[in-house]
Design a protein around this ligand. Structure first.
Ligand code: PBG
Ligand code: ZN
Length: 330
């Protein structure tokens, strides 16, 4: 024994000494099947417009989305989350209820082309369609709850009718999960799933998304409906309510600065838990890598891997296509 040898009861490094052992001992695994790629839909055809604040992501017309989704599907991306970027906006969010809008059209094309091989999730919110950019209707400077909930249910019906596998309310109005569930059921859409953005915080990390979707609020902010980042208990309350109202999947958003919330939700949820790796988180990594401040693949896999470790069963992310195309995950 070397004169320097310490008398240690246990040496944690023993389990890390070679790659094979590290593979054997890894507690969590991130898999391609857990990733959902986010897409921004514009009306018309043959459109592909790069989003300045989200390097590598473009606003796509439905026909271009089908091409991209086919390529992604071949490399293993099985699910997409769609957001509308409509041409016209008004007080009443009329575009949100248009069966010929960019999102319902894209859903129909995707489901016709890929059927069950591609799971199509659609965001449900009024903000891309309202002239004031809020997620619900406005009276004076108040964002009204109950009338907004009925409108969201109407939007969800249009998406269900187009063939969406999951409708995903991101508005944070009270009671919307239950009302949407009964609207779907009473119209025969009992197999359409509900992914609830349950614990959604008012966050500066949504900046690039609002640029991409031109959905910034025209006055005020979203703090009267999205959650306060200082609170954790409230997240469990929101999740409980959504579970009671019939959510099939609950989501925590954003993800990276909220891994504690993700873990707490994963511990109590009786349904699968999703994490939303939002636009600002995406942009941070892309810019850091572009500037040479970090290794892109390692940054992305560590970040998504941490969300998995914290308890995410699914991760909505803008990195999915790139991860799949480069075979970074299986
Ligand atoms: C719409 C919605 C937003 C995001 C998803 N759905 C923006 C917001 O609430 O302001 C953010 C997603 C992202 O930043 O990637 N309510
Ligand atoms: Zn919204």
């Amino acid at each position: 024994m070397s004169e320097h040898a310490l008398d240690l009861p246990f040496r944690p490094r023993r389990l890390r000494q070679n790659a094979n052992l590290r593979e054997m001992m890894a507690e969590s695994d991130l898999r391609l099947r857990q990733l959902v790629q986010g897409h921004f839909l514009v009306p018309g055809s043959d459109r592909e417009e790069p989003i300045a604040t989200m390097p590598g992501i473009s606003r796509l017309s439905a026909d271009r989305l089908v091409v991209q989704a086919e390529r992604d599907l071949e490399s293993g991306v099985r699910a997409v989350m769609l957001f509308g970027v409509p041409q016209d906006k008004d007080e009443q969010a009329s575009g949100a209820f248009d069966p010929d809008g960019e999102v319902p059209q894209a859903v129909r094309l995707l489901k016709t082309a890929f059927g069950d091989d591609l799971c199509v999730l659609t965001d449900v919110c009024l903000c891309p369609y309202t002239s004031h950019g809020h997620c619900g209707f406005v009276e004076g400077t108040t964002i009204v709850n109950d009338a907004s909930v009925h409108a969201l249910a109407q939007m969800a019906l249009v998406l269900a009718e187009a063939g969406a596998d999951f409708v995903c309310p991101s508005d944070m109005m009270d009671g919307r999960i239950g009302v949407i569930r009964s609207a779907l059921d009473s119209h025969g859409w009992t197999n359409t799933g509900l992914l609830a953005y349950s614990a959604k915080y008012a966050s500066a990390y949504y900046g690039p998304f609002r640029d991409a979707a031109a959905s910034s609020p025209g006055f005020g902010d979203r703090r009267s409906y999205q959650m306060d980042f200082r609170n954790a208990r409230e997240a469990l309350r929101e999740v409980q309510l959504d579970l009671n109202e019939g959510a099939d999947i609950v989501m925590v958003k954003p993800a990276l600065a909220y891994l504690d919330i993700l873990r707490a939700v994963a511990e109590v949820s009786t349904v699968p838990v999703a994490a939303y790796n939002v636009s600002g988180e995406y942009a941070m990594l892309k810019l850091a890598a572009r500037e040479g401040f970090g290794h892109e693949q390692d940054l992305i896999l560590e970040t998504l891997g941490a969300m998995r470790r914290a308890g995410a069963d699914l991760i909505v992310t803008y990195h999915a296509s790139q991860v799949a195309a480069n075979s970074w995950l299986s």
